[in-house]
Structure formats: structure tokens, C-alpha cells
Design a protein around this ligand. Structure first.
Ligand SMILES: C[S@@+](CC[C@H](N)C(=O)[O-])C[C@H]1O[C@@H](n2cnc3c(N)ncnc32)[C@H](O)[C@@H]1O
Ligand code: SF4
Length: 458
């Protein structure tokens, strides 16, 4: 395989015209795929052998762990969303789900290596859709069963404007949550309607005002650009509205649509034109001007935003993520696993029903065993798609070889000025960062791409 890469790479690099073409091709489609994790979940399959978690985790090298709980329920399904979640507000359904999550945690506790939890996140779906008593139970499970010490772990919770209540916010405060992240998407009613998100701007604003009273160390807001009907003006209006609440962190997401989403790809183009690059540039400029630091194509934050706690160290390049709940992924160094994945309503409901009915959570049966190639690519992508970049020595330390020797095609990024090497760090340029989603996609291994392309999502 490296042969093909080598010859293709050499051919391109030697001809200015070929190099131009390569770049034109890469940048012609800036939004190929959002690699929030590599390998992507659509590359997971039934594992050939069910792996006992006790064996899998006893070999884990990471010194501290990341605990993630997934709550796969929302009040309604937004028209753009393809996360693993189900519109279901029934309290008894939620209770049974948390019961199952508690059983899973108890089985884990017997298996888990005795390692401290440095980070804890509750995501979804919409975790704050849970009744306060169930929401509080999640923290109880994390602390009493999983051994998370809230004084030493950074704690993050996802929420939405329609689920904000004093009772829930009190729980988050008393449980020492550091970061509350709220999905807003847009402050314009017409735009929220167009993405089938039942959300009134007045409700968003009153939820935000309530949230601000609690002064969590980090407030993050999510916005989306490229929405149907959105203009540069209305996008900057939403951005300014968000900024008026002085969030410590902002995620700006380009709109993605997929086969299962109600919002269709043609709706991204206003009068035939995809405006996302223009909207990104304008937002970036405004955010930098307002004193935010850019950490990735999507993430901007105040450089001094941090938890007031003295946190346990957690190396982002270490593995060691324990996922609890249906739809949560777990990562060890060599195996990534989760429950089955779907987007459609019936399939999602049936996967959740199986999870809730289960009495045994002690094996990994669905996921991927990472090849050496994919462990290396993962390492590179995790660093490269962030502004900190890839410290070339860190790659050598981890794999004993050099990143450029293993992947000479990385030179293409440098030759086309999408990346630079400064003080032994390979870093995307301002232009490169803007094309993160096509650079990430380009670097997917052939083996993973084949699996992703043959994935049939129900
Ligand atoms: C789990 S949700 C956030 C919490 C909560 N469920 C909500 O929507 O308010 C994570 C975020 O991912 C972003 N997102 C999800 N699907 C997306 C898509 N197809 N295109 C762009 N952004 C998307 C949205 O900004 C969303 O707020
Ligand atoms: S965007 Fe948030 S609220 Fe909407 S369906 Fe997705 S997870 Fe649920």
C-alpha cells in the first residue's frame, strides 16, 4: 500500500501542474466528512470474536481515563441531525434506560483497571431531557460506582434551550460541572423552523439568561452555518447574539446533511451557491477580533477559560475512553467499540430496546480492531486537525518511526501551503484549517474508507 502512496506522491510533487490539480481537487469539496473521531463509527462492524472487556482493559496503557455517558433521547428530532438519538420524552423509558446504564456501570466497576477518571462528559441526544432525579443519578453512578472524583475531574454536560430548568441547573452546579454546552444553531426563528427545530428565539434567550446566572466555569454554545435561508447578515446576527452572552467557548459547525436527514443537500445552496466558506471566514474573523483563540475549524475559546479545579492530567493522544449507555463509543489503544449504530427511528428504537433488555455488558462485540496503520493515522489526524499541530517528535516517541517516512504524502500539504513545518511541528495554515474536513477525509486509510463506504445505515 505504501508503494502506491509513494509513487502517486512522487508523481504529483514533481509536476507543478499536478500539484495544482491535487490541491484544486482537495479544496473543490471542503465538506467531505467531519472526522470527530477516527476511524469513523460507520467503519465499525460485528467483531469476529467477542472480546471480554476484562482482557481488553487490563492491557490499557493510559494512566487516567475519560468517562462518557450517552443519553440517546431528544424532545424532537431536528431535521439536520444524524446523531444516535430518538425523539422520546417518556419518563418511564428514560428511567429504564438509566437503570440499564447503572447495571452496565456496576459490571464495569468489577472489570475496570484501578485508574482515576480525569474527564467525565454526558452527551447525547439531550441529557437534560431527563427528569432531575434521573439526571442526578448519572452523577451518582459516575461517583459512587465508577469512582469519579468531582473535585479532580473536568465535567461537561450537553444541554438544549428547551430543557433548561432551575432544578436541573441546580443539580449541575451542585455536582461541580465545569462546562455546560448548549446547542443553539440559530437565533433566527425562520432558520430554526427550516431545520425542524422547534425553538423560539425568546425561549433561547431566556434559557441563556438563566444559565448565565449559574456562572459555570465554561459555557459553550453551538451554532450552525449554511442553514437553509441563512444569509451572511443573519449568520452574523446569530453569532453576535451568541457573543452577547460572553460564552467562554463557541463551536461553529458547517451544516452537514446526509441520506437520513430531513434537510437535503440542495437546501445548503442558496440560489445554487454553497456559502459555507464565506460564512466560516466571516465568523472566524469576528471571533478572533473579539479575543477568541481558534483551536480547530469548529472550536473557538477564550484562552483563559478553564476549570477552577486542580484537574488530573489527561493526555489527548492517550486512549482510554469508557463509554456507558447505548450509542457511546469506548476506546482502548487497539480496539474501538460501541453498540450498533443507526439513524432511522425504528432501528434506533430497537437498538436501545436491546440495550435496556440486556443483562450482560461485559463484552465488546461491535467495533473495530485498529491496524498499526490506523493507529498512526489516528495519531496524526488528532493532532493535525487542531491548531496545536503535530509535534513530529511525539510521533517518533509513540511509533519509533517518522511521520513523513510513513506518510510521505503529508509533503503535499506543505508543498501546497495547506500546512507548514515550524519548529518541528506540522501545522495547518489558515487556509489548511478551513479545509480540515477535506484534509481529514483525504487521510482516511483505504481499508477504513472501504468499510465506511460499504456501511448500510438503517
Ligand atoms: C448533541 S448536539 C447538542 C445538544 C442538544 N442536543 C441540542 O441540539 O441542543 C451536538 C451539536 O452538533 C451539531 N450538529 C449535529 N448535527 C449536525 C449537522 N448535521 N450539521 C452541523 N452541525 C451538526 C449541532 O450544533 C449540535 O448542537
Ligand atoms: S441536534 Fe440535538 S436536539 Fe436536535 S436531534 Fe440532534 S441531538 Fe437532538
Amino acid at each position: 500500500m505504501s508503494h502506491t502512496i509513494n509513487s502517486t506522491y512522487t508523481d504529483i510533487i514533481q509536476h507543478a501542474e499536478a500539484l495544482h490539480k491535487w490541491k484544486d481537487n482537495l479544496t473543490s469539496e471542503p465538506y467531505r466528512s467531519y472526522l470527530y473521531a477516527y476511524p469513523h463509527k460507520t467503519s465499525y462492524r460485528e467483531l469476529e470474536n467477542k472480546l471480554p472487556l476484562s482482557e481488553l482493559w487490563s492491557q490499557e496503557a493510559a494512566e487516567t481515563l475519560f468517562l462518557y455517558m450517552h443519553i440517546p433521547f431528544c424532545g424532537a428530532r431536528c431535521g439536520f441531525c444524524n446523531l444516535f438519538t430518538l425523539p422520546d420524552k417518556r419518563v418511564n423509558v428514560h428511567t429504564q434506560y438509566v437503570d440499564a446504564l447503572e447495571r452496565q456501570a456496576e459490571q464495569w466497576a468489577g472489570i475496570m483497571p484501578n485508574k482515576p477518571i480525569a474527564r467525565f462528559a454526558i452527551g447525547g441526544g439531550t441529557p437534560t431531557l431527563l427528569e432531575p432525579v434521573q439526571l442526578d443519578r448519572l452523577f451518582h453512578i459516575a461517583q459512587q460506582i465508577m469512582g469519579m472524583d468531582p473535585a479532580q475531574a473536568s465535567i461537561s454536560v450537553e444541554t438544549s434551550p428547551d430543557t433548561i430548568t432551575t432544578e436541573r441547573l441546580d443539580i449541575l452546579k451542585s455536582r461541580q460541572v465545569d462546562r455546560v454546552s448548549m446547542g443553539i444553531q440559530s437565533f433566527v426563528e425562520f432558520e430554526a423552523d427550516a431545520i425542524y427545530r422547534p425553538q423560539k428565539p425568546q425561549e433561547v434567550e431566556s434559557a441563556l439568561k438563566q444559565l448565565k446566572l449559574y456562572s459555570y466555569p465554561i459555557l459553550n454554545l453551538d451554532l450552525i452555518y449554511g442553514l437553509p435561508g441563512q444569509t451572511l447578515e443573519s449568520w452574523l446576527y446569530s453569532l453576535d447574539k451568541a457573543l452577547s452572552y460572553e460564552p467562554e467557548e463557541l463551536f461553529i459547525y458547517p451544516l452537514y446533511t446526509r441520506e437520513h436527514t430531513i434537510v437535503k443537500p440542495e437546501q445548503i445552496r442558496q440560489s445554487g451557491e454553497d456559502q459555507r466558506l464565506t460564512l466560516y471566514r466571516a465568523a472566524r474573523e469576528r471571533l478572533l477580533m473579539r479575543g477568541y483563540t481558534q483551536y480547530s475549524m469548529r472550536r473557538f475559546a477564550k484562552a483563559d477559560a478553564m476549570s477552577a479545579k486542580s484537574l488530573l492530567p489527561y493526555g489527548c493522544q492517550e486512549e482510554g475512553m469508557i463509554g456507558l449507555g447505548c450509542g457511546a463509543r469506548s476506546y482502548t489503544k487497539t480496539v474501538h467499540y460501541s453498540s450498533r449504530y443507526s439513524v432511522g427511528r425504528a432501528a434506533t428504537a430497537s437498538i436501545i430496546a436491546d440495550y435496556v433488555a440486556s443483562s450482560d455488558y461485559t463484552h465488546a462485540d461491535y467495533g473495530i480492531v485498529l491496524s498499526a496503520d490506523d493507529q498512526q493515522r489516528r495519531f496524526i489526524l488528532k493532532a493535525l486537525l487542531h491548531t496545536e499541530g503535530l509535534a513530529l517528535s511525539s510521533y517518533v516517541e509513540r511509533f519509533t518511526t517518522s511521520a513523513f517516512a510513513d506518510y510521505p504524502e503529508l509533503n503535499l500539504l506543505v508543498h501546497t501551503e495547506l500546512a507548514v513545518i515550524e519548529e518541528e511541528v506540522l501545522r495547518l495554515t489558515e487556509e489548511g484549517l478551513m479545509y480540515s474536513d477535506s484534509i481529514g477525509d483525504w487521510f482516511i486509510s483505504p481499508a477504513i474508507r472501504e468499510r465506511m463506504e460499504s456501511c448500510i445505515l438503517l
